[in-house]
Design a protein around this ligand. Structure first.
Ligand SMILES: Cc1ncc(COP(=O)(O)O)c(C=O)c1O
Length: 362
């Protein structure tokens, strides 16, 4: 069997529910700007290393953090890699959960740090303050707070954000607040509200602005921190200029397209819920999701997540993800599906998922 990603990338009829990417339209200005930059030939030069001023201002405006500074990065991913190098010396530890976005854990471990991987599946599906307290050791340097959380779609109410911030301050820890899915969460609260002095916000335009292929993100933090981490950043010659201009156009027009996008995502979530309700023993542990993805618990169906992934992809060109990618301990219990895609593609999932589950049961 071919690699699922090679298979999916080679076709143009895939319902792309495997990577939480956003395939919904934003604003025509984004494509116009991209065409303008292509025509101007600006891409022949290295971009200014600090990033476009306009983009930096728009990101700080978007987060409502005018007092902070930032580095524009090659997606949140590059920012996270550099941040892990900076925050976590060999032998240190970071508070993390399982499930989680494990690439960040991998980055921490590359430098010889440990991650706690606190099990959260079935336990409110997010950190509890007591579990974090128990996991803190003298080696702990940071709390990774992905909010909303990939893959579960959970978010933290303000009261819990404040508790986590208080705990971080008591123990002099950094909070790495990865807010890649923030725009999809109603009432999202940044940890900067209660812990401005040691919060680093990991920002991305991949999911909100639908620009994953253009690789633009940012590390946002207190001015001193941003100055200090400069020597640890790897993109000395700047970030993709097409991506930066596209991000400017998307953020400038965000108020015009975001409400419609959220509406479509909500409708898509409802359709997935209805499909899951047709499958005996399958259920949605977190509904509605505050991100662009959710998990479907399949444990009691007795069907293997990879079998579901393969059947949906290779027979129906619907690409979902088995849970083992985002959970070492609980990966067999669920599959992950994302829904920031055209509703017509979610309709295909609605049609096929119950049938596939029925077929695999036999
Ligand atoms: C929690 C989280 N952080 C960061 C990223 C990476 O984002 P980017 O495309 O900006 O590198 C992802 C991508 O899925 C993610 O889920």
């Amino acid at each position: 069997m071919t690699n699922p990603f090679e298979y999916a990338h080679a076709r143009d009829d895939i319902a792309w529910m495997a990577q939480n990417t956003n395939h919904l339209p934003t604003h025509p200005l984004v494509k116009e700007r991209l065409r303008e930059i292509v025509d101007s030939g600006e891409y022949s030069k290295y971009p200014i290393a600090a990033g476009l001023d306009e983009l930096k201002r728009l990101i700080l405006d978007d987060l409502k953090l005018p007092e902070y500074d930032l580095h524009i990065t090659n997606g949140g991913t590059e920012g996270l890699y550099c941040l892990m190098r900076y925050l976590l010396p060999e032998g240190s530890q970071m508070i993390t959960s399982d499930p989680s976005y494990f690439i960040i854990h991998k980055f921490a471990k590359i430098g010889g740090a440990k991650t706690t991987d606190i099990p959260i599946y079935g336990n409110n599906f997010r950190y509890s303050i007591d579990e974090i307290k128990k996991a803190i050791t003298p080696e702990t340097k940071a709390i990774l707070l992905i909010d909303p959380l990939n893959p579960l779609g959970t978010t933290y109410p303000e009261k819990e954000i404040k508790e986590i911030c208080d705990l971080a301050r008591e123990n002099d820890l950094w909070i790495v607040n990865d807010v890649t899915y923030r725009d999809f969460a109603p009432n999202h609260v940044l940890t900067t509200k209660y812990y401005p002095e040691k919060t680093i916000v990991v920002y991305s335009v991949s999911k909100n602005c639908g620009l994953a292929g253009l690789r633009v993100g940012a590390l946002v933090g207190p001015k001193d921190f941003i100055k200090d981490i400069k020597g640890h950043m790897s993109a000395d010659l700047g970030i993709n200029i097409l991506g930066q201009h596209a991000a400017v156009a998307a953020l400038e027009t965000k108020n015009e397209w975001l409400p419609g996008m959220i509406k479509t995502c909500n409708l898509n979530q409802e359709m997935i819920r209805d499909a899951v309700e047709m499958v005996p023993e399958a259920y949605l542990p977190v509904y509605p999701s505050a991100a662009t993805m959710m998990v479907i618990d399949i444990e009691k169906t007795g069907i293997n997540g990879n079998d579901i992934q393969n059947e949906l992809l290779y027979q129906h060109q619907i690409f979902v993800r088995a849970g083992d990618y985002v959970s070492a301990t609980f990966g067999e219990k669920f599959i992950r599906v994302s829904f920031s895609i055209p509703t017509s593609d979610v309709e295909r999932f609605y049609e096929q998922f119950p049938k596939v589950m029925e077929k695999l049961k036999r």
